[in-house]
Write a protein that binds this ligand. Structure first.
Ligand SMILES: [Zn+2]
Length: 487
C-alpha cells in the first residue's frame, strides 16, 4: 500500500518536472528575434567635410569648471562665432537666442503655421578637462582636432560635440536643398552639462516653458550603438535612453577627541568611519527588476545565445536566480540596484595627529521608483548603532521614464535600424546624468541617443584618454539627423 502511494507521488513529481521542462523549452523556442527588414544596408561615406567642421569645434577648449571663474569664457564666445561661420544658412534662417550668456537655442520655423508639435534636438558644447598626467598618453593631442587613421581625435568628439555639429550640419544641408520642415525644429545647446546644467539647460527649459512650448520629443545624448555589448550577443545593440537614475553625493562624518598619535584612544573617528564604510559595502541594496529594465532584457533576450537566452525566456521560473547572478556583475548591479560607491575619504592632516573629524563622501545612483529620501532612510538603517552624521551634498531623484510605445520612439527606432546596421533597438536606463531631464516640464517623450556605433571598449575613452570618433560615424550622424528632421 505504502509502496503504491510513494509510486503515485513519484509519478506526480516526475510529471511536474516534465511539464516545467516542456514549458521552458517551448518558451525558449518562441523567444525569437523579429525578422530583419529587407531594406538595403546604409553605408556611410568617407567624406571628411563634416569631420573638418567638428575638428574646428574640438580645437576650442570649451571646458566647464565647477568654479565658474576657472572657466575660460572666451572659448565659448569663439565657439559661438565658429558656428556662425560654419553654418551661415542656419544663422540666416533660424531664430537664434543666446540664453544666460552662452547657451544657444535655434528655432527653424515650419512652412505653415503648423498644428504639429515642434521637436527639440539638444546637446552641450562644454567638455571635461584632460588630466595633466594623461596629456602625454594621447596618440594625437586632445585639442588639436587631428584627423588621422580614419578618425577625428580629441576631447568632445564622442561627448558630445558630434551631436551638436551633426544636427547643425543636417539643418544646413536641408536648407541648402530648399527643404522646409512640416513642424518647427528647435536645437538647443547648453554650456555647463558636465557640471550640472543649472546655468545652461535649466535656463533653456525655463525660456521654452515661458513661451508655452510643448515638444513632440526631445533627443539628447546618453545612448549609442554598441558593438559587443555583452557576451552571447553578436548584433550591434542601440541603447536608447528612456530615463536616468537619480544621483546623490553624501558626506559621512564622525567626530572624536583627537590629540597626539602617541597616545591613541580606542575609538578613533577614522576607525568608526571605516567600520561604517565596510558595512555599506557589505550591505548592498536589494536588486529589483523595474519595468524599463525588464523591457530592456525582453528586447535583447531573443538575440542572446545559450543559457542567457533560456533564462531570459523563462524569467517566470528563473527570476530569483537571475537577479542573484546578474546583480553580481557591474552592469547588472547598476541596472538592478541603487548603487553606493565609496569615493572620497579624509582623516587628519598629518601622520602624527589623531583626527578630530573624519569624513567620507559616497556617490549613489538611485533606481527609478525610489527617491532620495528612501536612500537616506536606507543608509541610516544600515548604519544604525554607529555614531555618524549623514549630510546630503547633492540629492537628485531619478528622472521620469519616457514611453516606448510612442510614435517618436518607433520613428527613432526605425531610423536606427536603417542607419546602424539593423541594430537591435532597446530601451535603456542611463546611469549617468544628462541635460535631458531638465526638459521634463516641456516634453513627455525624452530620448537619449546619438547614432554613432562603437565598441563597448571605446566607451572608456569618453571622459578618458584618446577620445575619438570615426569619420564614417560622423557622416552616419549627419545622415541620420537629416532624415530624422525630414520624417
Ligand atoms: Zn555629455
Amino acid at each position: 500500500m505504502i509502496g503504491q502511494i510513494l509510486l503515485v507521488i513519484l509519478l506526480f513529481l516526475l510529471s511536474i518536472i516534465v511539464i516545467i521542462v516542456a514549458v521552458t523549452a517551448v518558451r525558449s523556442y518562441r523567444f525569437r528575434p523579429h525578422p530583419d527588414s529587407e531594406e538595403s544596408e546604409y553605408q556611410p561615406t568617407n567624406d571628411t567635410a563634416p569631420a573638418e567642421k567638428l575638428a574646428e569645434a574640438v580645437r576650442l577648449r570649451t571646458i566647464s569648471h565647477m568654479n565658474s571663474q576657472d572657466t575660460d569664457w572666451s572659448e565659448f564666445d569663439k565657439f559661438r562665432e565658429l558656428l556662425e561661420q560654419q553654418f551661415p544658412l542656419v544663422h540666416k534662417n533660424c531664430v537664434r537666442t543666446v540664453i544666460n550668456g552662452y547657451s544657444l537655442s535655434f528655432q527653424w520655423k515650419s512652412k505653415a503655421a503648423a498644428s504639429l508639435k515642434p521637436i527639440l534636438i539638444t546637446a552641450h558644447m562644454d567638455v571635461v578637462p584632460v588630466e595633466e598626467e594623461t596629456v602625454a598618453d594621447w596618440v594625437h593631442p586632445a585639442f588639436d582636432g587631428s584627423i588621422a587613421e580614419g578618425f577625428l581625435w580629441g576631447r568632445g568628439t564622442l561627448d558630445i560635440k558630434i551631436h551638436l555639429i551633426a544636427a547643425l550640419e543636417a539643418v544646413e544641408r536641408l536648407m541648402k536643398e530648399g527643404y522646409k520642415p512640416a513642424r518647427d525644429i528647435y536645437l538647443a545647446f547648453g554650456h555647463d552639462e558636465e557640471i550640472d546644467g543649472m546655468q545652461g539647460a535649466y535656463h533653456i527649459e525655463k525660456y521654452y516653458a515661458e513661451q508655452g512650448l510643448s515638444f513632440e520629443y526631445v533627443l539628447d545624448e546618453g545612448g549609442f550603438v554598441a558593438n559587443s555589448l555583452m557576451e552571447g550577443i553578436d548584433k550591434p545593440v542601440a541603447l536608447v535612453g528612456i530615463g536616468e537614475k537619480g544621483f546623490a553625493n553624501i558626506r559621512l562624518s564622525v567626530t572624536s577627541d583627537g590629540g597626539h598619535s602617541s597616545m591613541p584612544s580606542k575609538n578613533s573617528s577614522l576607525g568608526i568611519l571605516a567600520k561604517a564604510l565596510c558595512r555599506l559595502e557589505k550591505h548592498s541594496c536589494r536588486p529589483r527588476l523595474i519595468p524599463s529594465v525588464r523591457q530592456f532584457l525582453m528586447d535583447i533576450g531573443p538575440y542572446m545565445k545559450g543559457i542567457n537566452h533560456l533564462i531570459l525566456a523563462n524569467l517566470w521560473l528563473f527570476q530569483p536566480l537571475f537577479l542573484k547572478i546578474f546583480s553580481g556583475t557591474s552592469m547588472g548591479g547598476a541596472l538592478l540596484k541603487t548603487t553606493v560607491a565609496l569615493t572620497m575619504a579624509q582623516g587628519s592632516p598629518a601622520p602624527n595627529i589623531l583626527p578630530q573629524k573624519s569624513s567620507a563622501v559616497i556617490n549613489c545612483r538611485i533606481l527609478p521608483g525610489e527617491t532620495g529620501e528612501d536612500l537616506m532612510k536606507y543608509l541610516r538603517k544600515v548604519l544604525r548603532g554607529i555614531p555618524i552624521e549623514l549630510e546630503p551634498l547633492v540629492l537628485d531623484n531619478p528622472s521620469k521614464i519616457s514611453p516606448t510605445d510612442s510614435e517618436s520612439y518607433q520613428r527613432i527606432g526605425n531610423l536606427i535600424k536603417k542607419y546602424c546596421n539593423h541594430a537591435v533597438v532597446v530601451p535603456y536606463l542611463v546611469m549617468a546624468s544628462t541635460d535631458a531631464r531638465k526638459y521634463e516640464s516641456v516634453c513627455e517623450n525624452i530620448y537619449r541617443f546619438t547614432p554613432y556605433q562603437i565598441d563597448m571598449a571605446d566607451t572608456e575613452k569618453i571622459h578618458g584618454t584618446n577620445e575619438r570618433i570615426s569619420v564614417e560615424n560622423i557622416n552616419r550622424c549627419v545622415d541620420f539627423f537629416t532624415e530624422l528632421m525630414k520624417s
